[in-house]
Design a protein around this ligand. Structure first.
Ligand code: NOJ
Length: 551
């Protein structure tokens, strides 16, 4: 059995078993008709989120931004971008969401600002060594005329992680660090002003009534002292890494925990607010340090989003994730995808025959959401996953992610998982917008995936999500913080919630399998006539003794 951490916790908070729904605002719903989603679009669709049954929404950044990285380049962290409707739209959404009993969590981007942030503009106007420069990471270049970057770091989006500026007199000048795009200069977290400003931002939004933050690149703010070169690979290149290689010296430096303790102290003044870190750290004990009792409440755990369709790998992902957080008595979190990775329907089809690909991906994604929602802890759903949306193969001319240009057109980036959601009708823009010119083109074959098409279809992926969330909320079998594994064949897995008794079975093999004793509650594909669980499927069962207890 995996040890129980928080069952006896008297301080159990609303997020400990909440279902969060991530909204990528550009892509959710466009009320203004400009082809880009906005906050009044979200407010307009709150009824849908109520039907889905989610407890909270996490909004990817909506603060002021020139949108070089679609909002992750913030030029004013204490205002809402007019593209999304400005502050009035935000306040309207916040109050409507709260009226619907839905909490609102915002993205907070402490690692970097936009190049158009007034601080960076001031730094460009100011001399080397000035206080304005010291808010960022400016260094002299290497080589006799300083024409070489200060070290060999590569940007995660491709190219060098350093850009040279022109000094105020026009001469070639210092270099500044940007782990992401050049439009996203990294802040220097050794500078107390940087912290003071983040605290101001946090209090600004918390005082306005939001329910917490998702913290971008939460493992990245503290840089290694002296900014040493990264080790080169045998072929002499320096690897660009997006998702947390343990050997990437730029991330997961010990100094970051001091910052998270400060963040937590602010949050403690708002006891109902939650902080969730984006932590691409795979080592369990290192990850756990971010969610110690005096640091962040929750950390994104990408183990299920990375696990291939293999019973053994899914089981390991679950075991390691639970062990990591239980060691520090923190709450586990689960997610199958987000705006940075392939959608699960596409990812899980990998290796399958091309014709059958999407169907198999959909079946497996339906199975995996039953795994996610059966587990103890907090669940995150990326908008559109509940519709079974796949990634879209976009034409080159449509691509917008800076990764495409920065990689010299070798990496297509993340646009394929960011295509707007289809709401109704039988052709683009599927009621996402009144404009046919949506910010990313929508495919012609999504008519059967719209919310309208799926809401009334009991077999749809949307109906599966709704039923699963409803059962998870209302049935006592989902209680408790730990699981027990059943012995099972190597291509299957089965676990049981230790306290409530819910059983979850997954068939990752190629033949139908028998189920343990119990009453089937829900399955991702219909059971066979003999009551067997087909391949690429999952089922929930209520154990025999609890079958009569019901909801
Ligand atoms: C992580 C975000 O999820 C991603 O979308 C963004 O590009 C980087 N951080 C940089 O802010």
């Amino acid at each position: 059995m995996t040890e129980s951490p928080a069952a006896d916790r008297s301080d159990r908070r609303w997020w400990a078993d909440a279902v969060f729904y991530q909204i990528y605002p550009r892509s959710f719903a466009d009320l203004s008709g400009d082809g880009v989603g906005d906050l009044l679009g979200v407010a307009d669709r709150l009824g849908y989120l109520e039907l889905l049954g989610v407890d909270a929404i996490w909004l990817s950044p909506v603060t002021r931004s020139p949108m070089a990285d679609h909002g992750y380049d913030v030029s004013d962290p204490r205002d809402i971008d007019p593209l999304f409707g400005g502050m009035a739209a935000f306040d309207a959404l916040l109050s409507a969401a709260h009226d619907s009993d839905i909490k609102v969590v915002m993205d907070l981007v402490p690692n970097h600002t936009s190049r158009e942030h007034p601080w960076f503009e001031e730094a460009l106007r100011s001399p080397t060594g000035s206080a304005a420069r010291e808010r960022y990471i400016f260094r002299d270049g290497r080589g006799p005329s300083g024409a070489e970057p200060p070290n060999n770091w590569r940007s995660i989006f491709g190219g060098s992680a350093w850009t040279r500026i022109a000094e105020p007199d026009g001469s070639p000048g210092q270099w500044y660090l940007h782990l992401f795009a050049p439009e996203q200069p990294d802040l220097d977290w050794n500078n107390p002003e940087v912290w003071a400003d983040l605290e101001k931002t946090m209090r600004f939004w918390l005082d306005r009534g939001i329910d917490g933050f998702r913290i971008d690149v939460a493992h990245g703010m503290a840089k290694p002292p002296g900014l040493p070169d990264m080790p080169a690979t045998p072929d002499g290149s320096v690897v660009e890494l997006l998702t947390g290689d343990e050997n990437d010296i730029r991330f997961n430096n010990p100094g970051v925990h001091r910052i998270h303790r400060k963040i937590r102290r602010v949050l403690d003044d708002y006891p109902d607010a939650v902080a969730i870190g984006e932590i691409w750290v795979r080592d369990g004990s290192e990850f756990a340090q971010y969610v110690r009792p005096d640091e962040l409440h929750l950390g994104f755990n990408f183990a299920l989003a990375e696990a291939p369709w293999s019973a053994a790998r899914i089981r390991t992902a679950i075991d390691e994730s639970l062990a990591a957080v239980h060691a520090v008595r923190a709450v586990p979190t689960w997610t199958l995808s987000n705006h940075d990775v392939d959608r699960e329907v596409t990812r899980l089809a990998k290796g399958a025959d091309a014709d059958a690909g999407r169907d198999i991906g959909t079946k497996r994604a339906r199975a995996l959401i039953l795994v996610e929602l059966a587990l103890p802890g907090t669940a995150f759903i990326y908008n559109g996953a509940e519709l079974g949306l796949p990634n879209v193969d976009l034409p080159d001319s449509a691509l917008q992610d800076p990764v495409w240009e920065r990689s010299g057109h070798t990496d297509r980036g993340r646009d394929g998982c960011r295509v707007p959601l289809p709401w109704g009708g039988d052709r683009p823009p599927y009621e996402f917008s009144t404009s046919a010119d949506t910010w990313l083109p929508m495919p012609d074959d999504w008519a059967s995936l719209t919310t309208e098409a799926q809401l009334e279809d009991a077999d749809s992926t949307l109906s599966l999500y709704r039923t699963a969330i409803e059962l998870r909320k209302s049935r006592s079998e989902f209680s408790g913080d730990s699981i027990d594994w059943y012995g099972s064949r190597p291509d299957a897995l089965a676990f049981r919630r230790s306290a409530g008794g819910l059983i979850c079975v997954v068939n990752a093999g190629t033949e139908p399998i028998g189920l343990p004793p119990g009453t089937p509650l829900l399955s991702s594909s219909p059971l066979t006539g003999e009551g067997l669980l087909p391949p690429d499927s999952a089922a929930w069962l209520v154990p025999p003794a609890a079958a009569d207890r019901g909801a």
